[in-house]
Design a protein around this ligand. Structure first.
Ligand SMILES: [Zn+2]
Length: 435
């Protein structure tokens, strides 16, 4: 069934929040506009505005959420006095003379899309809005919709332990490890920040790590023992299972009744002739590191992680939060640890979710054909607020749909459907405002 194009529908801007160590923006996301805006173009209207978030690619979720808020609204980034004191960096960061969307408010909300770490960043932002961190005038309804893709690590990820995070002593990093190299690379970029392009901006202003503010010898020591990456105020720790448990113990991530939610879980394996799952060679050839990391996660030492999980749980209960997290969620987590790669959901007892298969097969690919003035948007029958709609995409992986634009028929179909979904929300909102 099709949704007729309504000329009065206003396109709410879309904010894209990129993942860990990714800040390339439009350079790699490519020409998705042609497909996500097909309805608006058919109606002779301007494309939906897209804003690429300006946040630290290796910063903690808290810091990224603060940077995202002030980059939109404008002003000097304020990480909060208590947070700054607790984590040993300056309270204030860079100043945005003019925000990307100064009119952002409950009456002028925004759509948000996060890839990988971008998903939890948006959830953290909504949590800070809800708890009044930015002031009473801001409300979680300012986030009209959340699209978290693909396989955002809401529940943490084994990958961070494989890279080097110490299972029992996080945020400490093992030596030697790939994580240590990534940590050193982050410090090199932060040290050279004044002369690097914006695509390599680490947004570490509050940490005084550039050559204008610190010495070369101190930076050398940081390459071996980081006072940023090896703290609880950095992205690696935030994607550990321990950190995820702590967030959930505070009910962080509880759904907002005024927001539409979607997340995407990808699976790159396909059934082989004997019915067992296997990874297609095309993925092995194009994304060998991703395939190897997925295999490693599958065979990772789950008992150790479960032990860490129990340790984390005991810390949570020791703080008097017992009863706020149901045992059921931990049983589900055990299942996830054994059978999946990246967690895709927040398993709070209060969280509502609906799962469905998101087919990008031939029938949906046929929608690649643009039909000019005959364009209509697919009617989304399950458009509802305050519920996670989890879409399972077969034969896809962490970066095959976004962020790298290759122009495949599956990507075109995906963006077209996403454009329809956002349009349906916009149309619903416009109708409600005129009643
Ligand atoms: Zn911080």
């Amino acid at each position: 069934m099709a949704l007729p194009v309504q000329p009065d529908t206003q396109a709410v801007p879309l904010v894209i929040v990129e993942g860990f160590f990714c800040g390339a923006g439009a350079i790699i996301w490519g020409n998705f506009h042609q497909y996500s805006n097909h309805v608006y173009r058919a109606g002779g209207k301007e494309d939906r505005r897209v804003i690429f978030a300006r946040v630290g690619p290796a910063s903690s979720l808290h810091d990224r959420a603060c940077e995202l808020f002030f980059s939109l609204i404008g002003g000097r980034v304020d990480y909060g006095e208590e947070h700054a004191r607790q984590h040993g960096h300056k309270r204030f960061g860079r100043t945005h003379a003019r925000g990307s969307y100064p009119a952002w408010s409950r009456r002028n909300p925004l759509h948000f899309m996060g890839h990988s770490l971008g998903g939890p960043t948006i959830v953290k932002l909504q949590w800070l809005l809800k708890t009044g961190f930015f002031g009473a005038r801001y409300h979680p309804d300012m986030i009209l919709s959340v699209n978290a893709k693909v396989s955002s690590p809401f529940r943490g990820t084994q990958l961070v332990y494989l890279l080097g995070e110490d299972v029992h002593n996080a945020p400490a990093v093992r030596r030697p490890s790939l994580g240590l190299i990534l940590s050193a690379w982050a410090h090199v970029l932060a040290y050279l920040a004044p002369i690097l392009p914006t695509e390599l901006d680490m947004h570490a202003d509050a940490r005084a790590l550039s050559f204008a503010e610190t010495s070369f010898s101190i930076t050398l020591r940081r390459l071996w023992r980081s006072d940023w990456a090896e703290t609880e105020d950095a992205a690696p720790y935030d994607v550990t299972f321990q950190a995820a448990h702590c967030r959930e113990s505070q009910m962080e991530g509880a759904l907002n009744p005024g927001t539409y939610y979607r997340s995407y879980a990808a699976c790159m394996t396909e059934n082989s002739g004997d019915g067992s799952p296997s990874t297609p060679w095309r993925h092995m050839l194009t994304m060998p590191l991703l395939c190897l990391s997925s295999r490693a996660m599958r065979h990772y030492d789950s008992p150790s992680l479960f032990l860490a999980e129990q340790e984390s749980m005991s810390k949570v209960t020791a703080r008097g939060d017992q009863g706020r997290v149901e045992r059921k969620s931990f049983l589900v987590l055990r299942h996830i640890l054994r059978y999946t790669s990246l967690g895709d959901l927040i398993f709070l007892s209060e969280t509502k979710c609906r799962h469905s298969t998101y087919s990008l097969d031939d029938s949906r690919r046929a929608a690649d054909m643009l039909n000019g003035s005959q364009e209509t948007a697919k009617r989304h029958a399950h458009l509802e607020q305050g519920v996670w709609h989890v879409q399972h995409i077969d034969a896809a992986h962490h970066v095959s749909i976004v962020p790298f634009w290759v122009g495949t028929s599956r990507q075109k179909a995906f963006w077209r459907d996403l454009g329809d979904w956002l349009y349906a929300i916009d149309a619903t909102r416009s109708t409600a405002q005129t009643m």
